[in-house]
Structures are given as structure tokens and as C-alpha cells.
Design a protein around this ligand. Structure first.
Ligand SMILES: Nc1ncnc2c1ncn2[C@@H]1O[C@H](COP(=O)(O)OP(=O)(O)OP(=O)(O)O)[C@@H](O)[C@H]1O
Ligand SMILES: [Mg+2]
Length: 209
């Protein structure tokens, strides 16, 4: 299965979601993580991970840009059981290529009016991709949620109106996620926040089934 974490909005948790997914998939089979963002955050995470051999398994990580995400990504994917693309946070050729390569698109979204407003642009790009990739399966993940507010419930209502499939698990704003990424690890490998671990494991079950 080829997954792509996409959103035209930055800072929503695409890279955090992509690297966690890639490590969990790597436990099940040979996994390729494609960093499709020129900022190369997933590649930085992978480099930190190489310095910490206690964290394993590791997905094979490569950086691709623009159209190569589709052309080279397609070729590389044949050697792997699972592929995860971390797409850049803009409407770019890279993002469009990722949506053509992917079988399943994961859209991490925050729960704010700004996130909702930004969805309109993204949904246009997703609809366009579906003309060429009609089987693309789109799933939305609510991320960086503040459980003290009603923002997530309001966002959920908005997403349902857009007839988007939203994964039941919500990932909350938790320090553990920031720490894990900075160490080239996952929240489970750091092992300090059971809530973060439960959320990401819930996400994994839902996104892979
Ligand atoms: N659930 C979370 N709880 C706390 N911090 C988070 C969470 N998810 C992501 N972050 C932090 O928010 C920032 C943005 O996350 P991330 O890099 O995953 O988003 P992104 O969508 O890939 O951003 P970009 O558009 O810059 O590529 C990072 O500092 C990350 O550590
Ligand atoms: Mg990123």
C-alpha cells in the first residue's frame, strides 16, 4: 500500500504522522519513506534515527522532489511492501505527484477555522487527482487537538459536511510528539506518554484497515 500524508497547510503534523506510520509499517514489512518536502524534515528525522541504533526498525528513507515523486516513486515502490510519502506543505507539483502515486491519502488537519479555510484549496487538488487516480482513498486525521476546547467537534462537523472520511482517533497536542521527532524516534520508542502511544496506535489500526 502506498500512503501519502498531504495538506497544503504547513505545520499540521504531516511529517509526525508520516514517520510514525512508516516505523509501524516497517515492523510488518519492507517500508520506504519518501520525503517529498524540500524542507526535508522526514530526512532529518531519519538522520537523527541513524545516530540512535536502539530505535529500530527503520524505514528506508529517500528524498524526491516534484514529478520524480510520481515517476521515480513508482519504480522504487516495486521493491517495497509499504510506502509512505511525506508531501510538502504547499500546493506544489510534489503534492500533486504524491496524490497520483498514492493509493491512500492521509490528510492531517488541525482543529481551527484557519485549518477549515485551508481545506477548500486542498480538496480541489484532491478532486483533481481523483480524475487521474480514481481509486484514491482519502482519510482525514484530526491532529494537534486541544481536548479542552470544542474546536475538534466543530471541525468534525465541517469535515462531515464535506463528506470526508474522518478517522475516529484524534491525535492531541502532546509534548511527546515533539520530543520523539527531535530524537529520530516514535512516541512508543520514547515510551513516556501512554496517551500519545494509544493515539498513534489507534490511528495506525484505523488507517491500515
Ligand atoms: N500531536 C502533536 N503534539 C505536539 N506537537 C506536535 C504534534 N504534531 C506535530 N507537532 C509539532 O508541530 C510541528 C509541526 O509538525 P510537523 O512537522 O509534523 O507538521 P508538518 O505538517 O509536516 O509541517 P510542515 O508543513 O512544516 O512540513 C513540529 O514542531 C512538531 O513537532
Ligand atoms: Mg513536514
Amino acid at each position: 500500500m502506498i500512503y501519502a500524508c498531504v495538506n497544503t497547510k504547513g505545520g499540521v503534523g504531516k511529517t509526525t504522522t508520516a514517520v510514525h506510520l512508516a516505523v509501524m509499517l516497517a515492523r510488518q514489512g519492507k517500508t520506504l519513506l519518501i520525503d517529498g518536502d524540500p524542507q526535508a524534515s522526514a530526512a532529518s528525522w531519519a538522520a537523527w534515527r541513524r545516530e540512535a541504533p536502539q530505535y529500530e526498525p527503520s524505514p528506508t528513507t529517500t528524498c524526491l522532489a516534484g514529478k520524480a515523486i510520481l515517476s521515480e516513486g513508482k519504480q522504487l515502490a516495486t521493491g517495497f511492501q509499504h510506502v509512505v510519502v511525506d508531501a510538502g506543505g504547499r500546493d506544489s507539483i510534489g503534492l500533486r505527484s504524491a496524490l497520483l502515486l498514492a493509493q491512500r491519502a492521509i490528510i492531517p488537519v488541525g482543529a481551527s477555522n484557519l485549518d477549515a479555510a485551508a481545506m477548500t484549496d486542498l480538496l480541489e487538488v484532491v478532486e483533481l487527482a481523483k480524475d487521474y487516480n480514481p481509486d484514491l482513498d482519502v482519510r482525514v486525521l484530526l491532529t494537534r487537538v486541544d481536548p479542552r476546547t470544542k474546536d475538534a467537534a466543530e471541525m468534525l462537523e465541517f469535515l462531515n459536511e464535506q463528506q470526508l472520511r474522518v478517522l475516529p482517533t484524534k491525535v492531541c497536542e502532546r509534548v511527546a510528539f515533539r520530543r520523539a521527532i527531535g530524537e529520530g524516534a516514535t512516541v512508543a520508542e520514547i515510551g513516556r506518554d501512554p496517551h500519545a502511544i494509544a493515539e498513534i496506535e489507534g490511528f495506525f489500526r484505523e488507517v491500515t484497515s
